[in-house]
Design a protein. Structure first.
Length: 369
């Protein structure tokens, strides 16, 4: 019997053996500066272009989020998955660079700042300043994996200086975001220009093939870096399918079957995937979820609930409050593990976002050959 390496994750759907589940303790605020506003521009409803603001999150909502994360951990453990956690974050940690300061975000959405490519841990280059040091909470795990034989790479850490974020995605759509960029209080670095900025959740892994969203020059630099470091992989560019993350747009459930937000997105995909069976998520009963309009910062879209996590090719963890999707999947013969997740739009992540699968059974298969 072949032993699976300590880090082995080539896809999104083969049998899950180990996963990192993020933490939300002390998630008390959203630090809203230009980097935050640009990243969540499509969804936030607060008045933008104000420089920076610390928006408090009601403690009860953080407590409820932690209850729901505990439910996710229990569900994964019940499915036979080994769950590991980041270090406990400190309370109200302020971070500072020579160019800006921010209130640090806990390591909750651990899919964003790391991508596992086979047996290699790849730390990516965050878009949001408050998230620049999140992975410090994962370093105890990463050092353990490294000691046990995993490879470990890190993209160049961005300075996130004034003017380093590319707004091309918005300009192509005729959206003027100058009121945000002009109000940015960060300092510039003379001659720096656009930086390599990229999140792991801009990728979907299919064995030796990687779907990768490239919406601007920040992302294009990251794609170049990935190609340089992983010449054995085939990167399929989804040209601006979204502003950044794609795990609420397309979710491969197994070879030949995917969740897709809308059939119109098929045109972005590699030709080999356009003949796959497509599950379009049904409309949901929004009354089942909290309304954050009074707070003004529901930072995730209503599509966040297709951000599901596969335990294997026939078993999927789905938000228990999205009953319509559960019914659809079950009618198609898929086993659903329902887990309550109330505040996904406030904290900007679903079950795929909250997790980083470090060990799956699959290898570098050719699913698109």
């Amino acid at each position: 019997m072949t032993t699976i390496p300590v880090v082995n994750s080539h896809d999104e759907f083969t049998r899950l053996r180990q996963v990192i589940v993020g933490r939300a303790e002390h998630y008390t605020d959203h630090h809203v500066d230009a980097s935050f506003e640009l990243f969540f521009y499509d969804n936030i409803t607060l008045q933008t272009g104000t420089g920076q603001t610390l928006l408090p999150i009601p403690p009860q909502l953080t407590d409820e989020l932690n209850e729901d994360i505990a439910g996710l951990v229990d569900a994964l453990t019940g499915c036979g998955v080994d769950v590991v956690r980041p270090a406990m974050p400190g309370k109200n940690i302020d971070i500072r660079s020579p160019l800006w300061d921010a209130r640090a975000t806990p390591a909750l959405n651990v899919r964003d700042n790391t991508i596992i490519l086979g047996n290699t841990i790849v730390e990516t280059a965050p878009h949001v300043r408050a998230r620049l040091f999140e992975n410090d909470q994962l370093k105890p795990l990463f050092y353990r994996y490294y000691d046990e034989g995993a490879k470990w790479l890190k993209m160049p850490q961005p300075a996130l200086a004034h003017g380093s974020l590319d707004d091309a995605y918005f300009r192509r759509q005729g959206i003027d975001v100058s009121h945000v960029t002009d109000a940015d209080t960060a300092l510039a670095i003379d001659g720096l220009g656009l930086e390599m900025i990229f999140d792991g959740a801009q990728c979907m892994r299919l064995g030796r093939d990687i779907l990768i969203n490239v919406a601007n020059d920040n992302h294009a630099l990251a794609l170049r870096w990935l190609k340089d470091n992983f010449p054995e992989l085939r990167f399929h560019v989804l040209d601006g399918i979204a502003d950044s993350h794609i795990d609420s747009v397309i979710v491969p459930l197994r070879p030949g079957l995917m969740l897709l937000r809308d059939p119109k997105y098929l045109d972005y995909l590699p030709e080999a995937m356009r003949s796959w069976d497509v599950i379009v998520p049904p409309p949901m009963d929004e009354s089942a979820f909290p309304d954050y309009s009074d707070f003004g910062f529901a930072i995730a879209s209503r599509y966040i609930d297709i951000n599901v996590l596969s335990v294997d090719e026939n078993t999927v963890i789905v938000n228990a409050l999205y009953r319509e999707l559960i019914t659809l999947l079950e009618n198609l013969g898929i086993t659903v593990v329902p887990v309550q997740h109330r505040h996904r739009r406030l904290f900007g992540g679903g079950f795929h976002c909250f997790t980083l699968d470090t060990r799956r059974d699959g290898g570098p298969e050719d699913y698109l050959g």
